[in-house]
Write a protein that binds this ligand. Structure first.
Ligand code: ATP
Ligand code: PYR
Ligand code: K
Ligand code: MG
Length: 575
């Protein structure tokens, strides 16, 4: 049954035309995920233990003017973008900026917020605790006092085998020169001697193996083991920079060695405790090896009442690629950390790996950030290369949730310009994707019925299909924990998704989700009241006008009957 056709035939007041009821031993839903209106049937959602009622409603409601002025948590940037560009002109791809010395003043941070920064990233590898605390507090102040909505992410240093150059800013290695890699600690520098940071770094390494520095900055061949150290010959001359990473290769293959190094070091734990105390929104975990590390951190957050903090796994090692699905499932989102990933896999594999990771993330409904070197030349130059713009566009085409600036904003001279390039390039590519989708409307997305909560998943799949087919102006979703909003986002609809929530941490987490504008507002058990109230508020702000069509989805769990989840789809036209 074609949803569009039916809706076109409908009058102005059609209520409860489809009803789906699930009992614990119902018949399978799988035969037709599309709702057949005007019949009641049972659904089997085998993993769900409680009885769930899903009601599909299609309604044309008259919005009444009886509601009082209240608060609608629009952040100043989305509000301005919406007023200037209209619903379809709202940017869908989220933007993450790494904060460093080039942008840490309150004025610079505000400029980034105005220019569209959704999430500020603090890399705990650099700078002092005090510096990070100062930046976090400035961001919170801007949010509170000036109405921005910028989430804060800390990115752990992680445990990696790397060099310690002491006070040197770089070390040059000439062809055929002989070097000694050691774990012995010494002050200053010794000629032809490199300190490695981990005692066991030479375990399992044989003479004849290669040590590759930072994915190819220089290469050494191991001549012999001397105690815990390695005597080596430089076979490919180059430069060693501070914290340069070491990888070991044999016969052209990376030695995948499971070091005893835990994913989270003592310093990482102390940074996490600090982050919790500063009320951060995301922790990005570097060099994740398996799902256990992520689950361990999530357990810790639960026991410290910090469950609201979202844990992102950074994919930047061979191990993480091998265990990708488990890691994606265990985490709240993923960062494709192409910088370090390019050290472990050949560069030509990065584009296809990026495509595969973004696909897995969408299937499993986890937001994904594409990070590193997107506009690297802009660290020094005021314009990007054409190739960089193409790289950004490709990530947008792959429907990544977010794009990230690193050195471009942290230390670059043109951070604001770089952010503006991300913004304009993504808006342009999003428009082009929408036009493409319109032509292939019926064949576009094939998202499976794959998630544990099949009812919510199917409602959102159908809601987006309806929203696109009907060409509604916006999707409104009422959500406490953000699940329905993320399931809608997963379908990458043409209209923007406004997610109304009464939970501040849900609002901050949704900042990373493609196409979602999170709004903090009061929600009651009375869905009709919630809808009317928010519509009136938005109308009063001049953001919607007569004849605009809005698709409304809700998954509010009434507190009074905690066992029943009420999920609905409504379509309304503003009168
Ligand atoms: N808080 C900071 N203070 C000083 N410099 C910074 C800071 N954050 C980033 N930088 C600089 O910006 C550059 C790029 O930052 P980014 O965090 O992306 O790099 P990275 O260290 O390679 O990341 P990672 O270690 O997570 O792989 C860094 O090499 C560093 O020089
Ligand atoms: C972001 C990061 O950690 C990387 O690209 O390696
Ligand atoms: K890091
Ligand atoms: Mg990295």
């Amino acid at each position: 049954m074609a949803v569009v056709g039916d809706l076109a035939l409908m009058g102005t007041k059609i209520k409860l035309i489809g009803k789906l009821e699930k009992r614990v031993f119902g018949v399978p839903l799988s035969t037709s995920p599309r709702f057949s209106f005007s019949q009641t049937r049972n659904l089997d959602v085998s993993k769900s233990r409680t009885a769930v009622r899903a009601v599909l409603q299609v309604e044309k409601i008259q919005s009444s003017g009886e509601l009082k002025e209240g608060s609608l948590g629009f952040d100043v940037v989305s509000e301005r973008e919406l007023k200037e560009n209209g619903f379809l002109g709202l940017r869908k791809t989220k933007l993450v900026c790494t904060i460093g010395p080039a942008c840490s003043s309150i004025d610079e941070l505000e400029k980034l917020a105005i220019a569209g920064m959704n999430v500020a990233r603090l890399n705990m590898c650099h700078n002092s605790r005090e510096w990070h605390q100062d930046v976090i507090r400035k961001i919170k102040k801007l949010n509170q006092e000036k109405g921005y909505c910028v989430s804060v992410m800390i990115d752990t240093e992680g445990n990696q085998i790397q060099v310690d150059l002491g006070s040197s800013s770089s070390v040059k290695a000439e062809e055929d020169s002989i070097w000694y890699f050691t774990t012995e600690k010494f002050e200053g520098s010794r000629p032809f001697t490199i300190q490695a940071n981990y005692e066991g770094f030479s375990e399992g390494v044989n003479s004849g193996d290669d040590i590759v520095i930072d994915g190819g900055m220089a290469t050494f061949e191991v001549i012999e083991k001397v105690g815990n150290g390695l005597r080596c010959k430089c076979t490919d001359p180059g430069l060693l920079l501070p914290r340069a990473k070491l990888s070991f290769w044999r016969d052209g293959k990376l030695l995948g060695r499971d070091y005893d190094l835990p994913t989270l070091s003592t310093k990482d734990w102390s940074d996490i405790v600090f982050g919790i105390s500063e009320n951060i929104d995301f922790i990005a975990v570097s060099f994740v090896k398996d799902a256990e590390a992520i689950m361990h951190l999530r357990d810790y957050l639960t026991t410290t009442s910090s469950k609201a903090i979202k844990v992102l796994a950074k994919i930047e090692s061979l191990e993480s690629l091998r265990r990708l699905e488990g890691i994606v499932e265990a985490s709240d989102g993923i960062m494709i950390a192409r910088g370090d990933l390019g050290v472990e896999i050949p560069l030509e594999q990065i584009p296809s790996v990026q495509k595969d990771i973004t696909y897995v993330c969408r299937q499993l409904n986890k937001p994904v950030i594409v990070a590193s070197q997107l506009l690297e030349s802009m660290v020094e130059y005021p314009t990007p290369t054409r190739a960089e713009v193409a790289d950004v566009s490709e990530a947008v085409r792959q429907y990544a949730d977010a794009l990230m600036l690193s050195g471009e904003s942290a230390i670059g001279s043109y951070g604001m310009k770089a952010l503006s390039v991300l913004r304009t390039t993504s808006t342009r590519m999003e428009q082009s994707c929408r036009e493409e989708n319109r032509q292939t409307l019926l064949h576009q997305r094939k998202l499976g019925a794959s998630l544990p909560d099949q009812i919510a998943e199917q409602i959102c799949n159908c809601a987006v299909e309806m929203a696109d087919n009907l060409g509604v102006d916006a999707i409104f979703v009422y959500t406490r924990h953000g699940k329905m909003a993320s399931l809608l986002s997963r379908n990458r609809p043409n209209p923007p998704i406004f997610a109304f929530t009464n939970d501040n941490s849900t609002q901050m987490a949704l900042n990373l989700q493609w196409g979602v504008t999170p709004l903090l507002t009061d929600l009651s058990d009375d869905m009709e009241g919630n809808v009317k109230k928010t519509v009136e508020l938005i109308k009063a702000k001049g953001m919607i006008k007569k004849d605009d069509a809005i698709l409304v989805v809700s998954d509010i769990i009434p507190i009074s009957t905690a066992q029943t989840i009420f999920q609905s789809i409504q379509v309304m036209t503003i009168t």
